[in-house]
Design a protein around this ligand. Sequence first.
Ligand code: GLN
Ligand code: ZN
Length: 759
Amino acid sequence: MLKHNLGYPRIGIKRELKKACEDYWNNLITSKSLFNIGKQIRINNWKTQENCGLDLIPCNDFSFYDHVLDMSFLLGNISELYYTQFKEDIDIYFAMARGFQKNKFDFKAMEMTKWFNTNYHYIVPEFEKNQKFGIYSMKIFNEIDEYKKIIKNAIPKPVLIGPLTYLYLGKEKNTNFNKLDLIDNLLPVYIEIIQRLIKKNIKWIQLDEPILVFDSLNDQIIEALKYVYKTINKICSNNAINIILTSYFDSIEENNLYIFKNFSSTFNLHIDLVENNSNLTKILDFFKEEKMGLSLGIINGKNIWKNNYTHSIKIIEKAILKLGKERIIIAPSCSLLHIPIDLEFEDSIPINIINKMAFAKQKLYELNDLEKILNGQKEILLNNFKYFEKKEKEKYIFKQIKKENITRTNAFQIRQTKQQKKFRLPLFPTTTIGSFPQTKEIRTLRKKLKNHEISQHQYEELIQQYIIDAIKKQEKINLDVLVHGEFERNDMVEFFSDKLQGFVSTKNGWVQSYGSRCVKPPVIYEDVKRVDDMTVKWISFAQSQTKKLIKGILTGPVTILKWSFVRDDQPYYDTAYQIAWAIREEVKSLENSGIKIIQIDEPALREGLPLKKKNWKFYFDWAIKAFKLSSSIVKDETQIHTHICYSEVNDILKYISDLDADVITIETSRSKMELLNAFSNFAYQNEIGPGVYDIHSPRIPGVKEILNLINKASKKLPIKNLWINPDCGLKTRTWNEVMNSLKNMTTATKIAREQHASS
Ligand code: GLN
Ligand code: ZN
């Protein structure tokens, strides 16, 4: 029985990679220094993994920005535009990832999107009709040479994204072909890579095909998978090369198993048994008739809790009994990219909580423990047992959720009439999504408070000044519904998790989100409860400064859950409901303080979507219930908004409608309001604010351009339901950009109103 790992975090224990990349982008260090820092991180990672006793260690899982972009580089999938402008490959690479603007050059960054159901973002490969591929980057081969010089006690296992997942993740530049047709051009390049690896004396290769967990793959992909892996299996078994083909983030679809019928013993399938192990028996039955090896993803690569050895040993023993020890490999469920690196630096987490936690490094030692237990060291098992004993402590009383808790008093139409009568907003009311620029000044202020360089009182006075200033600015450009600006918030989840009971934050628990950007998700370790008001002070202060309506902004339960590490000793939905009860109390308290419009942000709603379509309904049942629990406590006259920030909603519109928010603000500007067709076909009832400009770009949209979009939207939806707003929060923009853009937005709205009044 071997032990392996699918991938290790590459940001460096002190986020060295972030600093190095940012310094390089700012011309503070040379590419040589950058490469050295990268090399150091790789070496440290390999040594750590060697010390953990792994048999196979991943290679080529390191990346300066993104492993999907690395794959595009390896396969020579690089637009010619980039080739010509830069001397060094690394500059082409970063230009593709981040865009490049200098003198007459102006390259847009390539599109970025979320990696399956995680918060990691990859750079979307682009394909042309009849595109050719060929080995371009030598990264994978160089890293193997590097590895071999340093690591003596474990076998290197280069990692590649499988050809079908690679195609699946990319997009066609034109609509006149199907990207899957490119497999004929792509497969020979994969074979060439494998042959070069064989020449380097590589014995193990990992190919990632997480799409194997989907239940919605069409026949063309299935046929392509069969053809590709039959070919690869043959070459590899002829050369005695072992392949580990990985699936993760859900259980492998049983129907997809027969793709691998009659494969040789050098071929191994990796399955995720953490996310879902309900079909393990069926998988074992299939394997019983086969020769392939089975890699058991037994340790959670996406969460930060200790492994329950009793549970894992049961599964491993079951597999061994069926297939024999030689055919079994054990591993984490997926790459450890999605969790922090090492617990060692956490000195402020209470001992009873930290005792239950394991980060990437600790998880690899757990594999070792499991092996030792199988070899008879039962005391390890007993020792682990105590962390999983159910304590007799007072149990959270799950408040029963009654129908009236998740239903507004009256239907939308009645609420709308009441709200319109009360608010008397003009046609096309204008608003923003909540945050205004988080300037360096504000971040410094927060740092000073943390280091006790200023008092809480001083801090709060200064934040009040920012709010006053933001309100003046919003009044000046004549927005209709104002916001307080979220200046007191470092992050839309952390702000709340710091104030709710049941959460703990880490000091160094960084996880890569994209490129050099890392996030530090809080940990939910016990029952979530609201102790006190969280936002009321700031929002009602803002309301006291203006006669206009202030919209209070909160983060919704699904987003708080999704962007945290969640306890795994109770179902996710129970934790979501606990958060929802807490947000509900905050909503009530805001209403009691005279706030008439409340927005509950749910940008992570789509990200939480299960990979298997058959599980969508179950997910939405609880996610919507949680949202409604948090929002339904208000009077008819109090207006509930929600905000989601992505454009693909076609397939989930019904569910969005079920949220029953009075107003929803969404991203539409990039799709030029195309998205609204779906809303109009669906006959969406409630009010809607399609974003009229893209806040992700520093560009200032013109009046005409916005007016155009307003008119387009007016043709697709009832005008009485339309709001005018940017497509997301403004925290990443400068005040100059914000003021100019919003001024153009209110001017365009004014013209649109006049046009409608005279028509
Ligand atoms: N209210 C938040 C903001 O304006 C929403 C952010 C988001 O959608 N991610 O920043
Ligand atoms: Zn948004």
